[in-house]
Design a binder for this molecule. Structure first.
Ligand SMILES: O=C(O)CCC(=O)C(=O)O
Length: 276
């Protein structure tokens, strides 16, 4: 990540990486998502947690070379994927009752941490496989620059009608583009009013000393497990002896991402998260 990108991310809370995936990659991953969709909720919307567990073909997105540098530049080498999901949304069939979807990621982190602003703690990649280059196609909606604001004026309950927050923007992206965002940026899914079914995969990265929300327990027993790389296994929560001590980062030499960054001379000691 360049200094300019870091400054922009710090200022806006997100970056868009255009054309991160090639057309062939888009087709490969979109087909994989289509198969999962057909198996789970054909014709209906899908919001499926634990992306790689349900769709091992997506493992290459865990550390895709076009965008993974943004993740480790922010999170350092002691990181893993704590939360991931596959989302497929066809055109909404009928107007649903109002629901205030706006949130920051991290659940209770936003209640139980007392600082203002709260710390970043995690970042997320959103890989787009459908054309949402126009509004109204189920675009992710964000308030740029809102990641250092702990509280957004909103309704007393999520079901109470309330205006869209000031400054909200639909993210306009094409298949193969990736959105990299700070978990604290205020964001919400929007409804798809088009005939273009919305397809996207999200991967959230946090420090290994924060517990994984995805289901990971049985992954090492899966037939595909041996085919993925040590870094991908680390990102799926399996590294070292599995102890809390290892997760605290006490053993960089047996943490694959550390080894890889060290071998490539990428451990920039001016970034605290990259220092062993
Ligand atoms: O599906 C979306 O656009 C919203 C996703 C979201 O809210 C999230 O990643 O936390």
């Amino acid at each position: 990540m360049t200094r300019a990108e870091r400054e922009q991310f710090d200022e806006d809370g997100y970056l868009v990486i255009r054309g991160a995936l090639s057309p062939d990659e888009v087709e490969f991953y979109r087909n994989a998502i289509d198969r999962v969709h057909a198996r789970h909720t054909p014709g209906e919307s899908l919001h499926l947690l634990s992306a790689v567990r349900h769709c091992p073909d997506l493992a290459g997105l865990l550390d895709h070379p076009a965008v993974f540098g943004y993740v480790w530049s922010m999170m350092g080498w002691n990181t893993h994927v704590y939360h991931s999901h596959i989302d497929v949304h066809p055109r909404v069939k009928e107007e649903k009752p109002f629901w205030w979807h706006w949130h920051q990621d991290g659940g209770r982190q936003n209640r139980e941490i007392e600082t203002d602003p709260r710390p970043r703690l995690s970042v997320k990649l959103a890989y787009w496989f459908s054309d949402v280059s126009r509004p109204g196609r189920g675009n992710l909606t964000i308030v740029p620059g809102s990641h250092k604001t702990n509280w957004l004026p909103g309704p007393p309950r999520r079901g109470v009608e309330w205006p869209t927050p000031d400054g909200a923007q639909q993210v306009l992206v094409e298949p193969g583009d990736v959105l990299f965002f700070d978990r604290r940026i205020w964001h919400a899914r929007s409804d798809n009013h088009s005939d273009v079914t919305r397809k996207v995969a999200f991967f959230g990265y946090t420090s290994r000393w924060i517990r994984i929300r995805d289901e990971i327990e049985d992954l090492p027993a899966q037939s595909w497990w041996e085919n993925i790389s040590p870094v991908q296994r680390q990102l799926l929560g399996n590294v070292g002896d599995g102890s809390g001590d290892h997760a605290w980062g006490h053993f960089p030499e047996t943490t694959p991402l550390y080894g890889e960054l060290a071998a490539r001379g990428l451990l920039d000691s001016s970034i605290p998260a990259l220092i062993p």
